[in-house]
Structures are given as structure tokens and as C-alpha cells.
Design a protein around this ligand. Structure first.
Ligand code: 5AD
Ligand code: SF4
Length: 483
């Protein structure tokens, strides 16, 4: 939709790149188009490109932006890593994500030996760490381009530099206050989309590397957000997911401050938009105003992801989370009372420095009391540069493992019970895809985020249909469409 408005011929005629964004990037997309075309002609085939995403929904959205530019530049987007150009959009929130990238890079090197034209780029959170850049320079010198989270909007420009150079290009910024609007995006799903409403994080939870790699909190202008959603709806999107590390503090630093709840009210008015989701909510900033807006809304989905991290007030203090076990339980109680059909999900870390068996008992107690529909449990990962990494009382691996298993058991039991509550009921589901294992079924998502599988075909994809939830299979349902 956007690309139709860009006159690439005009940008191609220009002698020099414009200073202003996004025009500057349009100019470089036009240049990239020429370079890709030439290479395609030389090889006698279309060039292929794969964007591989690690990590969270933010990264998934960033990957769609990269894909949008690559497609305009003339690449055919594929999934296979045998592609002519492979980009890894990396995550560094836990060390195992980093290790996976290094492992897969070794494999890419073998593929590159078979295809000398192959190009490899790395971007995302991991690239914001100096130690990672050093390691790649030393041990993975076959990588062609490295950039970070702050200059991703410059991807078209970096692409042109990479295509016109043989040496490794590295461009990492420490921070930025810039938000560039109106860049092309290639969505993974035609009917649903993520939308960044803010970037970065100011919370500095003591275990978390995100504030260091994603920079300070910046909110987008409400007008730009609304315009983007309107364009998406005109393009067939019915469900949106508003993205930010801490959406509840949206708008506080804007020139004309606005609350997240006020933004939601504006978004609710958009005709044709059926469902609104958002992620992630920090418990310390979740306002009564937001609960009311959710309660009254016809479009906001009945799902809230509310990371707990720990149920021990002592650990929460060391984590710098700025709430206690009691205040979290009070908030969860209020949410349950005001919006009874709301599903609550959470993130929990086990093995934070100094955590004892008793602290984990406190966490288990919260899980039992809140009855989460789902909880993502993580083993604490030491991230260099964070305050927690310097704490002396790191917990021995064996103990962490035991606590983790104990917690996981309770999480699974409570989630099973909670999800089962809807059995026999009728609910609306947005059909997302053909079932991965059985092509006679489609997979739909309920407002509360639970999946349901039922008989159907391609024609249903992107539609909201009514389904009877026949049988709960633990974390999902088997259902039947109501004709
Ligand atoms: N170790 C383990 N889990 C972490 N998370 C963030 N940092 C760490 C870490 N150092 C988890 C938190 C967060 C989720 C996205 O990742 O639970 O909510
Ligand atoms: Fe990390 Fe805490 Fe910010 Fe979430 S709120 S990104 S856990 S620092």
C-alpha cells in the first residue's frame, strides 16, 4: 500500500541522497533495486533472501520491516537458509538465545562456501553488546553486515553499502531519540499485525539487558499510531497487537502527554478494526483507568500478560520491580473482579541471585492464587553489565533446576484447570492458519488468546467465526464451527 506511493523513478534520478528521513531510505531502496537487478541478470535468476527472527514480538515486527525493504529491493523472500542473503535478527535476553545464533552461524558459513555470492547480515539486540561484536570480528569474519537496534530504519542504506563492498560493514549506535515513520513493511499475516507504540525501556530491572540494548523509552505520537492502524485496517487487518516493553507507561514523555488508556480509547474508534491486543504490561504502572477502559471495550481482547518474575517481595526488591507480592495479588484480584472472563498470563524467573526454596514457595503461592492461563518460566540467565550479574549469591544450578521443576508442575496444573473452564461454551475465534498437523482443520485464536482447532479450510483464514469449544486438550481446544 505504502510502496504504491513511493516514486522510485524520481529517487533513482537523484544525484545525491536526500538528508531527510524517510526520503533518504526511499532513495537507497531505489539504489538497492538497481544493484539487485544487476546481480539477478548476471546470475540469470531471482535473488532470494531469508529473514530469521529470534526472540520477542518486537523483533518479529522489526523483521517485517526488514522484509518490506528487501521485497521492494527485488529479493524473493524465502524461509530457507540456503538463500542468497540471510539475516539473523537476534535476541540477547537470555544466554541460550546467543548460543543458538553462534551455532547456526557455523552452519551458514558452510553454506556460504557452496555459494560464494551469499551474503550474511546480523542485527537486533545481541549486536548492541561490544563483546558480541568482538567475537564476530574474530571468529565469524565471513559475516557481511552488522547493525543494531537503533539504526534499523537505515537498513536500505546499509544494504546498498553491503552490496557495493566486500569488507565487513559494522554500524552500531549506542542510543537514539529518533523514530522514523512511513517505512515499508511486509506483514507475515494479512489479517493481523503488530504495531510499535513505544521503543526502549526505562525500568532497569536488575536482571534485564533490554534497557541497555534497546535504549531509553520513547513513545510514538498517537497520530502516527492511529494513521498506521487505519492504513492496516484498509489493507485487511482486523486484529492488532500494540507493542512496547512497558505499554502502561506509554505517552508519559510526549510533548502532549497522553495515557495508554486514552490511546486505547482512540484506537477503539477505528472502524473495521475488530480486536486489540497489547504487550507487555508492567504491574507497577497498570492503572485503574486502564482496567475500566478494558472492561468497557468491545474490541480489547480478554487477555493480559502481566509478568510476575517472582512472588517473593524480597526478591522483587532486589530485582528492582517496584511492587510487592501483596500489591501484585491485589492488582490481580482487582482485574479478576472487574473483568471475570480475562485470561492472565505471566513470566517468571527462577534462580535469581539469592533466591531460596522459600522464595520459590512464595512464587508458587502466587501462581496458585492468581490461576494463570499460562506462565512462561525461565531459568535466570546472567547478563553481563546488569546489576544482578555482579551479585555474589548466584544460586547453584542443581538447586535452580529443582525449584524450576517444582514451579513448572504447579504452573501446568493450574493452567490446565483454568483453560478448561470454557469447555462446552461458544466463543469467537479469529482463524489464523491451516492446522500444522491435520490439513482438514484450521487454527483459530479466542479473544483470551487460547487456540482452538476445528474443521475448516483456507477460505476461513482471517475471518472471525463462532466456535463451540467441545473438548479441552490441556492448553488448547478442539471445537466445531457454529454454522
Ligand atoms: N534471565 C532469565 N529471564 C529473563 N528475562 C529477562 N531477563 C532475563 C534473564 N536475565 C525474562 C523475563 C521477561 C521475559 C521477556 O524474559 O521474565 O519478562
Ligand atoms: Fe526488562 Fe524490566 Fe524493561 Fe521488561 S520492564 S524490558 S524486564 S527492564
Amino acid at each position: 500500500m505504502l510502496e504504491k506511493n513511493i516514486d522510485f523513478e524520481k529517487y533513482n534520478q537523484m544525484k545525491e541522497a536526500p538528508e531527510n528521513e524517510p526520503e533518504r531510505q526511499y532513495y537507497f531502496i531505489a539504489k538497492a533495486k538497481e544493484l539487485v537487478k544487476k546481480e539477478s541478470e548476471r546470475l540469470g535468476r531471482t535473488l532470494t533472501c531469508a529473514v530469521i527472527t529470534f526472540g520477542c514480538q518486537m523483533n518479529a515486527r522489526d523483521s517485517e520491516k526488514l522484509a518490506g525493504i528487501l521485497e521492494l529491493a527485488g529479493y524473493e523472500l524465502v524461509e530457507e537458509e540456503t538463500a542468497d542473503f540471510v539475516i539473523y535478527n537476534t535476541c540477547t535476553v537470555r544466554d541460550n538465545a546467543n548460543q543458538r545464533v553462534y551455532g547456526r552461524l557455523g552452519n551458514l558459513n558452510s553454506l556460504k562456501k557452496k555459494n560464494p555470492n551469499k551474503k550474511i547480515a546480523l542485527c537486533g539486540c545481541m549486536m548492541q553488546e561490544d563483546s558480541v561484536i568482538e567475537k564476530i570480528k574474530q571468529s565469524y569474519s565471513f559475516v557481511n553486515l552488522i547493525f543494531g537496534t537503533h539504526n534499523i530504519y537505515k537498513f536500505a542504506e546499509l544494504l546498498v553499502t553491503m552490496l557495493s563492498n566486500d569488507s565487513m560493514i559494522i554500524d552500531i549506535w549506542k542510543d537514539t531519540d529518533k523514530i522514523v515513520e512511513q517505512l515499508p513493511v511486509e506483514r507475515k499475516y494479512p489479517f493481523k499485525s503488530g504495531i510499535n507504540i513505544m521503543f526502549g525501556c526505562n525500568n532497569f530491572c536488575s536482571y534485564c539487558i533490554v534497557p541497555y540494548v534497546r535504549g531509553r523509552e520513547r513513545s510514538r505520537n498517537p497520530k502516527d499510531i492511529i494513521r498506521e492502524i487505519e492504513e492496516l485496517v484498509a489493507d485487511g487487518v482486523v486484529e492488532i497487537m500494540l507493542l512496547g516493553q512497558n505499554v502502561n507507561s506509554y505517552g508519559k514523555n510526549l510533548e502532549e502527554p497522553i495515557t495508554f488508556a486514552e490511546l486505547l480509547k482512540e484506537i477503539e474508534k477505528i472502524d473495521g478494526l475488530e480486536r486489540i491486543r497489547f504487550m507487555t504490561s508492567h504491574p507497577k504502572d497498570l492503572s485503574d483507568e486502564l482496567i475500566q477502559v478494558m472492561k468497557e471495550s468491545k474490541k480489547i481482547c480478554r487477555h493480559l500478560h502481566l509478568p510476575l518474575q517472582s512472588g517473593s517481595s524480597r526478591i522483587l526488591k532486589d530485582m528492582n520491580r517496584r511492587y510487592t507480592k501483596e500489591s501484585y495479588l491485589e492488582l490481580a484480584g482487582k482485574l479478576r473482579k472487574e473483568i471475570p472472563d480475562l485470561s492472565l498470563t505471566t513470566d517468571i524467573i527462577v534462580g535469581f541471585p539469592g533466591e531460596t526454596k522459600e522464595d520459590v514457595d512464595e512464587t508458587i503461592d502466587v501462581v496458585k492464587k492468581v490461576q494463570y492461563d499460562n506462565a512462561f518460566t525461565f531459568i535466570y540467565s546472567k547478563r553481563t553489565g546488569t546489576p544482578a550479574a555482579a551479585m555474589e549469591n548466584q544460586v547453584p544450578e542443581e538447586e535452580v533446576k529443582e525449584n524450576f521443576d517444582r514451579l513448572l508442575k504447579v504452573v501446568q496444573e493450574t493452567a490446565r484447570e483454568r483453560v478448561k473452564l470454557l469447555e462446552g461454551q461458544v466463543a469467537d475465534a479469529l482463524v489464523e492458519e491451516i492446522n500444522e498437523h491435520d490439513a482438514s482443520l484450521v487454527t483459530g485464536r479466542l479473544s483470551n488468546n487460547t487456540l482452538v482447532h476445528f474443521k475448516g479450510d483456507h477460505s476461513l483464514i482471517g475471518k472471525i467465526v463462532t466456535v463451540t469449544l467441545k473438548e479441552c486438550k490441556g492448553f488448547y481446544y478442539l471445537g466445531e464451527m457454529v454454522e
